[in-house]
Write a protein that binds this ligand. Structure first.
Ligand SMILES: Nc1nc2c(c(=O)[nH]1)N[C@H]1C(S)=C(S)[C@@H](COP(=O)(O)OP(=O)(O)OC[C@H]3O[C@@H](n4cnc5c(=O)[nH]c(N)nc54)[C@H](O)[C@@H]3O)O[C@H]1N2
Ligand SMILES: Nc1nc2c(c(=O)[nH]1)N[C@H]1C(S)=C(S)[C@@H](COP(=O)(O)OP(=O)(O)OC[C@H]3O[C@@H](n4cnc5c(=O)[nH]c(N)nc54)[C@H](O)[C@@H]3O)O[C@H]1N2
Ligand code: SF4
Ligand SMILES: [Mo]
Length: 700
């Protein structure tokens, strides 16, 4: 029997970063525990991390490359070697490049999984501008709108002593999203910080808040403009800052005062005008204050303008790049994703071929496409027909708006490669399956894509089957296609770390690096925008003929914009409620996690339930103009009787046919992806807002 070896590493069962000590015995990880020395997580770990051994060693996990023999839907999967897999892909991709051009290949991923640097480097050297990510409605959209407004993403400075936190559409207790840890909030709250919650649902934070604004889903941009109205009217803003560092103040002020009085904003958001006033006042007068905003603000047609207006709130109250406010953190000296991935390799001519480049200009600016652009290209050949695709860590038939369209398109895609851990409903549509390593099986400079000022060492603990870490897959496939890479993954990491003067081996000893914490950088050099100011009036958008000022546009399917739809579908379907134990579509096959949440849940107000004869725990149908699914009803008076929050990400790995029950409880069979319903600058889809109706289900 071997000794137990303890390896310090960084988790990535979600966006990642928490410090872990992995216990390895006889070449197998037997358990993980939190690392008390992590400056990020201080020894805490969540259920997803604690269950990693059950995921990594799951009997259904695919740990060898596979190819499909026979028809897309009825064909059989057969084990192959890495050589055969990579040669097949390289040959196929090369023939498409020769015959049509590199833009005929789409490369894609899902949420941030720490390999975007490698995926983009592969795509850029391939020469395709068509990269399909979740960025149109998650995080990268926030970054893109921030870049044109103030030059970087503002992140709450929890270590700088905030006196007030606005928890705006964020639920870190369950999600620990992107830069944020629930643990950080808990500390400042214990130390006495005030709390405002803006959430349609009485969350953990809403329950503890000094003020809770129970907002109508999708209307956050109007609320942000309403806060501006109060702050301007009551002269609660920092006059010096506004005079010296805001571009377009007069025009912005005029728009706010004309269109966004608290009375008007009450009509739009369903939040009482006096509460709007009181909360705006509390935010503007309690200093420093941080706005911790979350992804629902981006998953609607007002994505760009919510972000722009809300950065405006931080700016005019003096909280932007201020200690304890929303800081613009400086990353440690490592190569950025943009540098590593060689975005500059793509010429203007190639960029012009990006699907949707001229429609969703802020999306195109940060190098992603709207998914419907890919589906329409595959199905209708508009404006040209994608011939092949490679998706890494993504399950779009369950996670993208209008999942049925994603399913139909991927079924038609000529040649499709998937990189994953499990045979998901999306993976079943592929021709080649490449087995990815979990975070226990990789070396990496973790969190390099985030903007909290840290990077962490992720250290390989074991190898499992023939799985390769994603970075190695891109490196080896890239080399086979004549691209410039390094001999090994670790050589590539040395390059990534070069500006810090460390090799990966040396970095592993340090475990993490933190950038220098400098506030008020704008006083020296202004903001990184064309005017060097915070652009509430965007010169980028103005130049491209778009409205340069933020505004609220009514949700495209709502009781107000489509009353005829609302007559038949009277409730707002607010799909995307997370559960702490699952990460999107992942983890449903892991016993410890599934035990916590065996079935999909949608919440309904007891009055609404009674009206439809639905009991707590009963299965119910939820229907929208696009489809019907079923979920278990959970009665809760913490939501408005007109709103139905529902979980997304459901499929059933225990159903063994190739669909794996992808169309039973998949919330995205109800959501819409029509172009006119998207944010017109970013391409964000309305994942969190559409109309639905409910009815009791015969099943128990
Ligand atoms: N209605 C609705 N839909 C939503 C949302 C919502 O709120 N409401 N949220 C949206 C958001 S914010 C996002 S970001 C997207 C996420 O969308 P996706 O990223 O597409 O969804 P996931 O289920 O996280 O991705 C899936 C696959 O990655 C695999 N995977 C996990 N780790 C790795 C790894 O290290 N390497 C590889 N190769 N594979 C891995 C998992 O097994 C899983 O099959 O979903 C969106 N969908
Ligand atoms: N356990 C777990 N963790 C995750 C994920 C997961 O699937 N599971 N997904 C990861 C990903 S990719 C992301 S992007 C993040 C997202 O994580 P967060 O940014 O925290 O977002 P959500 O959990 O989607 O929603 C946060 C809160 O917003 C509320 N909300 C819903 N709609 C609206 C609205 O229109 N306006 C307002 N003001 N509030 C609204 C919800 O009720 C919820 O309480 O989580 C990440 N972490
Ligand atoms: S919050 Fe994310 S990084 Fe932290 S332990 Fe859980 S899954 Fe891992
Ligand atoms: Mo996300």
């Amino acid at each position: 029997m071997g000794e137990i070896k303890k390896i310090r590493t960084a988790c990535r069962s979600c966006h990642g970063g928490c410090g872990v000590i992995a216990h390895v015995k006889d070449g197998r990880v037997i358990k993980v525990e939190g690392d008390p020395d992590s400056p990020y997580s201080h020894g805490t770990l969540c259920s997803k991390a604690l269950a990693i051994t059950q995921l990594a060693y799951h009997p259904d996990r695919i740990i060898y490359p596979m190819k499909k023999v026979g028809d897309k839907l009825s064909g059989k999967w057969e084990r192959i070697t890495w050589d055969e897999a990579l040669d097949t892909i390289a040959t196929k991709f090369q023939s498409i490049i020769d015959e049509y051009g590199p833009e005929y290949i789409v490369v894609g991923q899902g949420t941030g999984r720490d390999y975007e640097s490698h995926l983009y480097r592969f795509a850029n050297q391939l020469g395709t501008p068509n990269v399909l990510t979740a960025g149109h409605m998650c995080y990268v959209s926030r970054v893109s709108a921030s870049l044109v407004t103030c030059g970087n993403l503002p992140v709450v400075d929890y270590n700088g002593g905030p006196k007030l936190i606005v928890m705006w559409a964020c639920n870190p207790l369950w999600t620990n999203p992107d830069e944020y840890r629930a643990e950080w909030f808990a500390r400042v709250f214990r130390e006495g910080a005030k709390l405002i919650s803006i959430d349609p649902r009485r969350s953990y934070y809403a329950e503890r808040a000094d003020l809770w604004l129970q907002i109508r889903p999708g209307t956050d941009a109007a609320m942000s403009m309403g806060w501006h109205h109060v702050i301007i009217e009551e002269e609660l803003y920092e006059k010096d800052f506004v005079e010296n560092y805001i571009h377009g103040w007069d025009a912005f002020k005029e728009r706010v005062m004309k269109d966004y009085s608290p009375e008007k904003v009450q009509e739009i958001t369903w939040v009482d005008k006096d509460l709007i006033r009181e909360s705006a006042r509390m935010y503007a007068t309690t200093k420093p204050a941080g706005i911790n905003w979350g992804v629902p603000t981006e998953q609607n047609n007002n994505c760009t303008d919510f972000t722009r207006a809300t950065i405006g709130l931080m700016a005019i109250t003096g909280n932007l790049d201020a200690p304890g406010g929303n800081a613009l953190f400086v990353n440690p000296p490592t190569r950025t994703v943009a540098e590593f991935s060689r975005h500059r390799d793509l010429s203007k001519e190639v960029l012009a071929k990006r699907l949707g480049a001229n429609d969703f200009i802020l999306g195109a600016r940060v190098a992603f496409i709207n998914p419907k652009k890919a589906w329409d290209s595959i199905v209708y050949g508009e404006p040209y027909q994608l011939k092949a695709g490679l998706l890494c860590g993504s399950n779009p038939v369950v996670t993208r708006a209008n999942g049925r369209e994603a399913y139909e398109a991927l079924k038609k895609l000529g040649f499709f490669v998937i990189i994953d851990h499990f045979m998901t409903p999306t993976a079943e549509l592929a021709d080649i399956f490449l087995p990815a390593g979990t975070w226990l099986e990789q070396n990496h400079v973790a969190d390099n894509w985030k903007r909290h000022g840290y990077v962490f060492a992720r250290v390989k603990c074991v190898e499992i089957g023939e799985a390769w870490q994603d970075h190695k897959i891109f490196l080896e496939l890239g080399k086979r296609m004549g691209q410039e890479w390094w001999p090994t993954v670790e050589d590539a990491l040395d390059y990534l770390l070069e500006p810090s003067g460390l090799t990966f081996e040396q970095f592993k000893e340090k475990m993490y690096l933190q950038g220098e914490n400098v506030y008020y950088k704008y006083k020296e050099r202004g903001f990184s925008t064309p005017t060097r100011k915070v652009e509430l009036y965007s010169t980028f958008l103005e130049k491209r003929g778009r409205d340069p000022l933020p505004k609220y546009v009514e949700v495209p399917e709502s009781p107000y914009s489509t009353p005829e739809v609302a007559e038949k579908y009277p409730y707002i379907f607010n799909a995307g409620l997370r559960s702490p134990n699952f990460f999107h579509t992942a983890g449903r096959m892991v016993p410890w996690l599934r035990e916590l949440r065996p079935d999909p849940i949608a919440e309904i107000h007891p009055e609404t339930a009674e009206k439809h004869g639905i009991k707590n725990g009963q299965w119910m149908y939820i229907e929208s103009p696009r489809g019907r699914i079923k979920m278990r009803a959970k009665l809760s008076d913490g939501i408005d009787p007109r709103v139905i929050p529902a979980e997304h990400g459901w499929w059933f790995p225990e159903i063994k046919d190739p669909g794996h029950g992808w169309d039973i409880s998949n919330a995205n069979l109800l959501t819409d992806n029509a172009y006119k319903t998207c944010d017109q600058n970013m391409g964000s889809t309305c994942l969190r807002v559409c109309q639905c109706n409910i009815s009791p289900c015969e099943d128990k």
